[in-house]
Design a protein around this ligand. Structure first.
Ligand SMILES: O=C(O)CCC(=O)C(=O)O
Length: 283
């Protein structure tokens, strides 16, 4: 099995839309081994954080119970790094998968994350304006050395929704903000069971569909979807749709430097989306 060559049209698509799917990168034998370890990882995550846990990270923290070899083999898939470098830049590498995480379906009850744009939505506005500001953010958000998140599912996965091109905009549209503000993470999580499971499922789905221009990503086993995570996105989950999806990153030294330089700003936010995401992970 070989990975289809990346074309100039593919590069343009990613730069314009903010997402691209490299189809079927995982060979069958490796897919079998990853699925086996992912099933164990899900059991560990549920044991540690409960039946609605979203993720287990980093995988290597569970080396005692997981066989990490399939995740290391994933890093070495023939032609994968070359495809990433053609799509992005020659300085990109794949973050070691044992440092990354797996995303799971809930074993009980549907739920959804809020619509969010990573990083930008996780810092305080006043600090953001003082330290970065809109003009610099425009450069940062469209710097292709940064913000290349990956979802690579082991089973068909339609959980992720994305708003193409939104990563390029510093300011959200009023309609986007109206949808964002139409609910809260508490309501989408519904811990106190105000809705039946079906009501909650449809409520979350309506919230996904309400976002102008949003597309539901349809990923098949082994599809490697790269998306600019500073664009609007969310994850919407139901217990009947089995999910084990590698969630990782195409990495550069510039990204490591950015994370180091601005780490203090992320820590400044005690509430908001990031806190809810941690709650969902049981952390
Ligand atoms: O589940 C997904 O695909 C997206 C998850 C996400 O965006 C988050 O947890 O912040």
């Amino acid at each position: 099995m070989s990975i289809a060559p990346i074309t100039e049209a593919d590069r343009q698509f990613y730069r314009d839309q903010g997402y691209f799917i490299i189809r079927q990168v995982i060979p069958a034998g490796l897919l079998r081994d990853l699925r086996r370890e992912a099933a164990k990882a899900h059991d560990i995550a549920v044991r540690l954080h409960g039946p609605r846990v979203q993720r287990l990270a980093p995988l290597k923290a569970h080396a005692g119970e997981l066989d990490l070899q399939p995740f290391r083999d994933f890093d070495q898939i023939e032609g994968l790094v070359a495809a990433i470098q053609t799509l992005l830049t020659p300085e990109h590498t794949l973050k070691p998968t044992e440092d990354a995480c797996l995303l799971f379906h809930p074993r009980e009850r549907p739920w959804s994350t809020e619509w969010h744009r990573d990083w930008r939505d996780h810092v305080l506005e006043a600090e953001f304006q003082a330290e970065i500001g809109d003009a610099r953010w425009q450069e940062i958000a469209t710097d292709f050395r940064l913000w290349n998140q990956v979802n690579c599912p082991l089973y068909e996965d339609t959980s992720t929704w994305y708003v193409p091109r939104s990563f390029k905009r510093v300011n959200n549209t009023p309609e986007e903000m109206r949808v964002y503000a139409s609910t809260t993470q508490q309501e989408l999580w519904d811990e106190d069971k105000r809705r039946t499971d079906e009501e909650l499922e449809l409520f979350c789905l309506r919230y996904c569909q309400a976002m102008p221009g949003a597309v539901q990503l349809v990923l098949n086993p082994g599809d490697f979807c790269i998306y600019r995570n500073v664009g609007w996105h969310l994850g919407n989950y139901v217990p009947y749709r089995r999910r084990a999806t590698l969630n990782t990153h195409c990495f550069t030294p510039a990204y490591a430097q950015f994370a180091k330089d601005y780490e203090h700003m992320l820590k400044a936010v005690p509430a908001g989306i990031e806190r809810h995401a941690r709650l969902a992970r049981g952390l």
